[in-house]
Design a protein around this ligand. Structure first.
Ligand code: ADP
Length: 191
């Protein structure tokens, strides 16, 4: 199985690239952001708990995120692999992912990071907010909070995977096809 953690700050372009990668490599796309937005839209208990946190630019609780991921991994256990998009976002999530995959005799093949400068992230998110209507993309204060949370809780995952020899940095600026080309090269390097 090819199990890729697609990593990057909010606005780094993970969702856009994940959509292209799943087609090229026949993988299952697991976006915890999309799953949480679906839970919110359906008005589930998980959605109710996550909603205020997300709209303020904070993270959803690890236990909710892990439960959603575990359901999907079980559901697609016989697929050719997964693209984890926006997950893991904390060290406990990464540790739980490793433990969960190990139970199925699987592991993370590699973590591919999209590197994008901060000013560019804010610009992209404000632009996306105009089109998507997402509450967390509407104002610069919330966006800056998401980036702060990223530095505090999520960026430590770079060393977590680097220590395992699994961190592959890529350039996340340029046009969508150039970035896709870089990601495919990174995947070939991992296989
Ligand atoms: P982006 O990466 O552009 O911020 P996502 O769609 O990945 O967007 O996530 C939107 C929001 O959903 C995050 O800001 C966070 O509040 C919540 N979220 C998504 N994935 C996770 C996760 N793995 N752990 C905790 N919260 C998450």
């Amino acid at each position: 199985m090819l199990n890729i953690v697609l990593f990057g700050a909010p606005g780094a372009g993970k969702g856009t690239q994940a959509a292209k990668l799943i087609e090229r490599y026949n993988l299952v796309h697991l976006s915890t952001g999309d799953m949480l937005r679906r839970e919110i839209a359906r008005g589930t208990e998980r959605g109710d708990i996550a909603k205020r946190l997300i709209n303020n630019g904070n993270l959803a609780p690890d236990n909710i995120v892990m439960a959603m991921i575990e359901e999907k991994v079980k559901e697609h256990a016989s697929s050719e692999g997964f693209i984890f998009d926006g997950f893991p976002r904390t060290i406990p999530q990464a540790e739980m992912l490793d433990a969960m995959l190990l139970e199925h005799d699987l592991n993370v093949t590699g973590m591919i990071a999209l590197n994008v400068p901060e000013d560019e992230l804010v610009r992209r998110l404000l632009e996306r907010g105009k089109l998507s209507g997402r509450a967390d993309d509407q104002n610069e204060e919330i966006i800056r909070n998401r980036i702060t949370v990223y530095h505090e809780k999520t960026a430590p995952l770079l060393s977590y995977y680097a220590e395992k020899g699994k961190h592959v940095p890529t350039k996340g600026t340029g046009n969508v096809d150039e970035i896709f080309f870089n990601l495919c090269a990174a995947i070939e390097q991992l296989r």
